[in-house]
Design a protein around this ligand. Structure first.
Ligand code: FEO
Ligand code: CA
Ligand code: CA
Length: 665
């Protein structure tokens, strides 16, 4: 991007984590071992070639037959949407895609209406936040048409939010956007625009509506008081001048994906925490290596200039209080959110969960950085479906595991427990609190497999499988290729499917295979493995978020496509995982240019798909015809191609079938 200062444009800075890899170990990428396992597509094509010779039938005829069989076998019966690029969202024919909530929408009876020219922290605290990512639904009285929508607000794009802070300059004969420093008032708006929203919604006459005065409506922000709980609470390494107890934290940041627990609480994953911290650690401070492993401080935000807790020189322990999973009791709007330290500290992407056969609860957790790891947390206690209160501290006690994928198709979940293996005083760990604060270093020592940016991970109760989204990793070199990360310069990502041993989600072993290598299958060098029934619209790159509907079918949302990467915007694709149609993908919804696709989520009756459109229009200067530096500029300074009717506010969209009924049966 031709933008100065670059750190203002946060999508590329933080979402792609586009810095030097911060995993310094030479842990197994299974180094020299080149993948011996055939991809499914490779295997099928090989089989076809053999049978073609045997039967003297044209290979093309066989591929056509395979295509027809796969299309017939697909679990998804909707007519596919055409891939493309423009400034609108689009859904497959026969569906409605209605905007339910936009950045700035009022949530309470006393909320001011959205006015981009009159933003304040006070107004934002009563309105829907920015950059919606995770979307969850918690039924009220078991209803699929009346419940609480819980939505994460991951980060802010000030160049898109605040009028008048961007100016266009000529540099080296090219147009470039320059962004003015934010005022303290604007920083305060940013802090209020982060976090999450809990809002009552109801479906009436087939359409969803926000219940503006819902008694459980709530905003969680970067200024909301929270508790640290679990093994790290009260430890010296999380004590600060402002909080000598080491148990009380102000705020949460960069809540990317998340989850809803079986007991109906909302969990928010703190992901790219490094950008919020600035300043320098005191010379020789013990956290230097710990912070380096997480890329702290990155300093993209100016919060440290106004608030000591984001300035390492003033509060050197503060970063240890971020990078956790946060649990919110949505039934009490005054409840104190709790950062559950037993679940580890890293760049948490999501926290989808499932009850294992014996009643323990399993959370799948990705650490979204190039060459970082896939984790799962298994509670010590068991879920009690008859007593919600009995489950409220399940997340304080359990075992975090990290995945080691072997080239023979097995996966081992290694427990991350102080005193076991290398996690001892010899390596600088004095307690489980130390191990959890430096989860990445503990996992390095345990020999975990370095992955291509683990994003959302979804267990599927229907078939006992687990889907792992690996979004991309262009920095993986040929000598770093391994079976679980089989492409060098992996620009388009892949999806791994895990089958836990004995179908037990709490198992410490399992099998895995690559479900899909993403990218354009018509370009041989890409090496994508979509089925031959996948159309030119049906393939995608950069899998990020995903969902499994109640029929057990997989839906994948993407982040990072666009004119240059794939010639299509991000969107939501339906992906077959079973039978002849396995690895067939179909486009269902796509976002306006510049947006990424978050959510997705199916209502319990499968009659609504909720999706989150994040940062529409971002990075516009690269896209002729759509670009503009801010959505709300004075017309005289607008980018020449600005179109006033562009969809410019991050939004949650509810997709329903025209005339009613389940999505995609
Ligand atoms: Fe916030 Fe890993 O996406
Ligand atoms: Ca994500
Ligand atoms: Ca993302």
């Amino acid at each position: 991007m031709t933008v100065t200062p670059e750190t203002r444009f946060r999508t590329s800075q933080l979402e792609e984590n586009d810095g030097p890899p911060v995993n310094p170990t030479d842990n197994r990428t299974m180094g020299e071992i080149i993948a011996a396992r055939f991809s499914r597509r490779g295997f099928l094509m090989g089989s076809l070639a053999v049978s073609a010779i045997a039967a003297t039938v044209s290979p093309l005829a066989l591929i056509a037959a395979d295509e027809a069989r796969a299309a017939e076998a697909s679990a998804f019966k909707f007519d596919e949407l055409e891939a493309g690029i423009d400034d609108k969202h689009h859904v497959a024919p026969g569906y409605d895609a209605d905007v339910l909530l936009r950045w700035g929408d009022p949530l309470f009876a006393d909320s001011p209406e959205f006015d981009p020219a009159k933003q304040s922290a006070e107004a934002q605290a009563r309105q829907f936040g920015y950059n919606n990512d995770y979307v969850g639904y918690i039924p009220i009285d078991g209803s699929a048409e009346h419940g609480l929508l819980v939505v994460n607000h991951e980060y802010t794009n000030p160049h898109l939010m605040f009028p008048g802070i961007v100016s266009i300059v000529e540099k080296d004969g090219k147009k470039a956007a320059e962004v003015a420093p934010l005022s303290k008032e604007q920083v305060d708006v940013e802090m209020a625009a982060h976090g999450g929203t809990i809002v009552e919604i109801r479906k009436q006459g087939g359409k969803w509506q926000v219940v503006r005065d819902g008694k459980l409506n709530r905003r969680i922000m970067s200024t909301t008081e929270m508790a640290l709980s679990g093994p790290v609470a009260g430890h010296d390494r999380v004590k600060t001048n402002a909080d000598p107890s080491g148990a009380k934290v102000i705020g949460t940041v960069n809540n990317c994906a998340g989850g809803v627990t079986p007991w109906g609480t909302y969990v928010m994953a703190e992901e790219n925490i490094h950008g919020y911290f600035s300043g320098e650690l005191p010379e020789g401070h013990r956290e230097a290596a710990n912070y380096k492993r997480l890329g702290i401080p990155e300093g993209a935000y100016e919060w440290g200039a106004h608030y000591d807790r984001f300035n390492l020189a003033k509060e050197p322990n503060e970063p240890n209080r971020f990078g956790w999973i946060v649990e919110v009791d949505v039934n009490d709007p005054a409840s104190v959110p709790r950062k559950r330290t037993a679940m580890g500290r890293f760049k948490h992407e999501g926290a989808e969960s499932i009850v294992a056969r014996d009643g323990r609860v399993v959370f799948y957790l990705g650490d979204d950085e190039r060459f970082d790891y896939v984790y799962k947390f298994v509670t010590a206690g068991k879920f009690n479906p008859d007593d919600r209160a009995a489950n409220m501290d399940l997340l304080d006690d359990g075992t975090l595991h990290v995945a080691k994928f072997a080239e023979d198709g097995s996966v081992e979940w290694i427990p991350i427990v102080f005193g076991e293996g290398p996690l001892t005083a010899e390596n600088g760990f004095a307690s489980q609190a130390d191990v959890l604060i430096e989860t990445r270093r503990a996992a390095d020592l345990l020999g975990a497999t370095k992955m291509d940016r683990p994003e959302d991970i979804q267990p599927n109760a229907g078939n006992g499988k687990v889907y792992v989204m690996l979004t991309n990793n262009t920095k993986r070199k040929a000598e770093q290729v391994d079976a679980a990360n089989p492409r060098a310069g992996n620009a388009f990502g892949h999806i791994i499917e895990i089958v836990e041993e004995g179908g037990d989600f709490a198992a410490t072993k399992g099998k895995w295979e690559v479900l899909l290598k993403c990218g354009d299958p018509s370009v041989a060098d890409v090496g994508a493995t979509f089925s031959t029934a996948t159309t030119a619209h049906g393939w995608f790159g950069m899998p990020d978020n995903c969902a499994v509907d109640s029929a057990g079918r997989l839906w994948v949302a993407t982040d990072g496509q666009g004119p240059k990467a794939t010639g299509r915007t991000d969107g939501l694709w339906a992906v077959d995982t079973e039978g002849d149609a396995r690895a067939t993908s179909k486009l269902f919804f796509r976002v306006p240019i510049g947006a990424e696709m978050c959510g997705p989520l199916f209502a319990p009756d499968d009659q609504t798909a909720f999706v989150a459109v994040q940062h529409p229009g971002d990075g516009g200067e690269d896209w002729e015809g759509f670009g503009r530096p801010s959505h709300y500029e004075d017309p005289s300074t607008r980018w020449p191609d600005f179109k006033p009717d562009m969809p410019v506010r991050p939004s949650v969209v509810a997709i329903t079938k025209q005339g009613g009924g389940k999505i995609a049966v």
